[in-house]
Design a protein around this ligand. Structure first.
Ligand code: SF4
Length: 413
């Protein structure tokens, strides 16, 4: 995929290379501790306690993007992990069972760093618990979890916030003997401050897409989001996103269009299809469609993190994440995004192996159409398993929607 952000794309490679090489060094150094963590957190608590933090979901996405996942999934299936469950999980466990990792070619790591502890959070799904339990058995290390109440509406229930905040505090106590030290509250405040700044810059970057024509696309967001997941809480992430925002604002000033001749503006709802991003990017460019925003990208635009109230505001951010919200909230959120970004239609990606981040199965597209006149299409695929996806069928669906919204001029003759 071409990028309209060359400066940041070059910096991204260096940043991620440094992150992974440091993880490799941490895994070999007995004085350092490695924690594996889920994408929505609680990375801030782990980072504040001195853990080097690795994210298996990012590894799953990499396996998908490199199109290695489909073959690896079969290895997990043979160990009893169903082809119907999360393909990040089955691809990642398949890679472990095969002794393969794209981290070798990309960053020179022999293998993902061996964990000293695994920490999950069920705010996104139940899969992560079973995924980490597998590695807990394999490596013989503790597996700890935060259990978040699901489907919360607005306002956030106070009892849910204090429940999760209490679990985060208890987690820090359980981690202390593994880390070899107690949580330093000044350090936690500083990590939360960095997370707040990095996520604010990330949000600012995504919001440059409000401009018409948009200077960036959803595909740019998928390229530049890795540090907001894996390096949240670090000063390097703050610096990276400040410069990314600066580069995108430069494009706004120059009236640059990510899709020259932008005719339609789409919203991507659901997981990316990592192995087919180029297909979608090319198809949308050909039809002069700019995918300007996505639930996925905005899921890391946390708001309200406060270094003075770290546990409470981390709990709130954790509960507020879209995947964890009720249907009333989701409908209102999508309606607002359509208005704010001048969206012509929503593409709902029904990901076969991720029902949690699929929002087309319980009538939401129909309610958005009937109550708010919002057009949409539901396409079928997966985050990693390419067997679930048909290019021909998807192209036909997107072309039909485009034709209905804004027919392309017919060629003469
Ligand atoms: S939210 Fe979906 S993609 Fe993410 S870990 Fe859970 S099942 Fe997998």
């Amino acid at each position: 995929m071409s990028t309209s952000l060359p400066r940041s794309t070059a910096r991204l490679k260096t940043l991620l290379s440094g992150y992974y090489q440091d993880l490799g060094a941490a895994a070999k150094d007995p004085s350092r501790k490695v924690a594996w963590c889920t994408s929505a957190g609680p990375v801030e608590v782990l980072a504040a306690m001195g853990f080097s933090v690795y994210f298996p979901e990012n590894h799953g996405a990499l396996l998908g993007a490199r199109r290695l996942a489909t073959n690896l999934i079969a290895k997990s299936n043979a160990r009893g992990y169903s082809p119907d469950i999360c393909s990040y999980l089955t691809a990642d466990i398949g890679a472990y069972l095969s002794g393969q990792t794209p981290l070798s070619a990309a960053y020179g790591l022999e293998a993902p760093p061996k964990p000293d502890v695994l920490v999950y959070n069920t705010s996104q799904c139940r899969e992560v618990q079973d995924w980490f339990a597998f590695y807990g058995r394999e490596y013989g290390v503790p597996v700890l979890g935060i259990y978040s109440p699901w489907k919360v509406e607005t306002p956030l229930p106070r009892e849910a916030v204090s429940d999760v905040a209490g679990q985060l505090k208890r987690l820090s106590e359980e981690l202390a003997p593994i880390a070899g030290k107690k949580l330093d509250f000044d350090r936690l405040a500083s990590v939360v401050r960095c997370s707040a700044q990095a996520t604010a810059h990330w949000k600012g970057f995504l919001e440059t897409a409000r401009r018409r024509p948009s200077p960036i696309t959803f595909f740019d967001a998928t390229i530049h989001m890795a540090p907001i997941v894996v390096m949240r809480g670090r000063q390097e992430a703050v610096d990276y996103y400040r410069e990314l925002l600066d580069e995108a604002q430069g494009l706004v000033k120059a009236a640059s269009a990510a899709v020259p001749g932008e005719r339609l503006r789409f919203y991507w709802e659901g997981m990316p299809n990592w192995g087919k991003l180029r297909f979608f990017s090319d198809l949308f460019s050909e039809l002069k469609i700019c995918a300007v925003a996505s639930t996925y990208g905005h899921s890391w635009a946390f708001e309200g993190l406060d270094p003075e109230r770290p546990f409470e505001t981390l709990a709130e951010a954790n509960l507020r994440v879209f995947i964890n919200r009720g249907e009333v909230y989701k409908e209102a959120y999508l309606k607002k995004m359509v208005k704010d970004y001048g969206i012509d239609a929503i593409v709902f990606h029904e990901a076969k192996t991720c029902p949690y981040n699929t929002n087309s199965r319980f009538g939401l597209p129909q309610r958005l159409q009937e109550r708010h006149g919002i057009a949409s299409v539901t396409i079928y695929g997966d985050l990693c398993d390419l067997r679930c996806f048909s290019e021909e069928q998807t192209r036909t669906q997107i072309e039909a929607l485009t034709e209905q919204l804004a027919p392309l001029p017919r060629r003469a003759g």
